[in-house]
Design a protein around this ligand. Structure first.
Ligand SMILES: [Zn+2]
Length: 391
């Protein structure tokens, strides 16, 4: 393979290899599935396989001149199309070169370099919101030329949904060439939002679904890269099968765990100054990146899930925060009447309210008060204004 970091989806890979070996590769493929599942990495591997001169075990060798050029995005017959900024492009007849200022070009090559190192790295150029029709027009021009060395010509279209967003003009332009592709030419469209791609494009592609990566594999991958086992378990759980996200979380896992301690302290404390710290931390995360705030909530849910599991079974087999076993044991005894399931619901509801722009400080204080009621085993009843009678 050209990238040792890619987790190969064997089922999909074997299917592609069989199609290639029997000469039945379709003209166009659509790799779809959620983010961080290796779709782009597999597209690059397939592109490498088709022109590799030393295929071993039905995999591209990764070392022949063709593989090296494919991997570094310098293969003359492997064309990459993705969203670009408009730059100085004024009309659909302008050359695509006008999209690239010197700084855009530098950014582009930097991103490609990072992609070469990590198949899960997303190539996102500043100001690039759509696949320009100019890219498709240039592609058509290139396709009219003959191929060097009788090699396969592979057109990789990453973020293919951007052919149709905000307008479908690039998609319409591509349709014509998808209908009558030249010989030995393969289009690989890659998208995590296939629902936004035109039906007419869908119907010309053979779809291949890339499912989320299992929590266990993500966990093993994180542990093998030196992450603390408890942190690896938590990060794998809140990554939802997204390798890229699990990598990002790994970089911040210690920081996230510190914030979690603060969050949990507030849930179990009567001290408003500790509540304030929790509000402050959550608010900062929300401003910085709402996904990070949501990750903190998910970490807290996992902790209460541990409490629920331990109070019901008395076993530590399935406990996620194994390093907090003493605390979990103590808290279960201290709050023997607690309704741990309700605590989880309060956290999840609060996350939803805040994500939908509920006023964060009030939501957090309500959450803490509700959790503390549930810790005492009191039945949760949401406050209704109609119940309230002024004295
Ligand atoms: Zn090779």
């Amino acid at each position: 393979m050209i990238s040792p970091k890619l987790l190969i989806n064997n089922k999909n890979w074997q299917r592609l290899v069989r199609s290639r070996n029997s000469g039945k590769l379709p003209h166009a493929l659509l790799f779809h599935g959620s983010e961080g599942t290796g779709k782009e990495g597999h597209a690059l591997e397939l592109a490498a396989l088709l022109n590799c001169s030393r295929i071993t075990n039905e995999e591209p060798c990764g070392n022949c001149p063709s593989c090296i050029k494919t991997k570094s995005f310098q293969h003359g017959n492997v064309k990459l199309i993705l969203p670009l900024p408009r730059g100085k492009i004024k009309s659909r007849d302008d050359s695509i070169e006008k999209a690239f200022s010197s700084s855009t070009l530098k950014e582009y090559w930097d991103l490609l370099k990072q992609k070469e190192d990590d198949p899960y790295f997303p190539i996102r150029l500043t100001g690039a919101n759509t696949i320009l029709i100019n890219s498709i027009r240039e592609l058509k021009h290139d396709l009219a030329l003959s191929v060097v060395n009788n090699e396969w010509r592979i057109i990789l279209i990453f973020q293919a949904e951007k052919l149709c967003i905000p307008s479908p003009e690039a998609a319409h332009s591509l349709l014509k060439v998808l209908e009558e592709p030249p010989e030995k030419t393969l289009f690989i469209l890659v998208s995590s939002q296939p629902g936004t791609i035109l039906d007419t494009i869908h119907s010309r592609c053979q779809s291949l679904y890339f499912p989320p990566i299992s929590t266990q594999i993500l966990q093993e991958r994180l542990i093998n890269s030196g992450t603390d086992p408890v942190q690896a378990t938590v990060m794998a759980r809140i990554s939802y099968g997204n390798v890229r996200l699990s990598q990002e979380l790994k970089e911040n896992s210690t920081d996230l765990m510190e914030k979690l301690v603060l969050f949990l302290n507030a849930c179990f404390s009567n001290d408003p100054s500790i509540w304030n710290k929790c509000i402050d931390t959550t608010a900062r995360l929300k401003i910085k990146d709402i996904r990070q705030m949501e990750q903190l909530f998910r970490c807290a849910v996992l902790f209460f899930r541990d409490m629920l599991y331990y109070s019901a079974t008395g076993s530590d087999d399935e406990i996620i925060y194994k390093n907090k076993m003493n605390k979990i044991d103590k808290l279960t005894k201290l709050y023997s009447d607690a309704d741990w399931h309700s605590c989880i619901q309060h956290i999840e509801n609060t996350q939803n309210y805040i994500s939908r722009n509920g006023y964060l400080p009030v939501q957090i204080i309500c959450m803490i008060l509700d959790i503390q009621k549930s810790l005492r085993g009191e039945i949760y009843e949401p406050f209704q204004l109609s119940d309230w009678t002024p004295v």
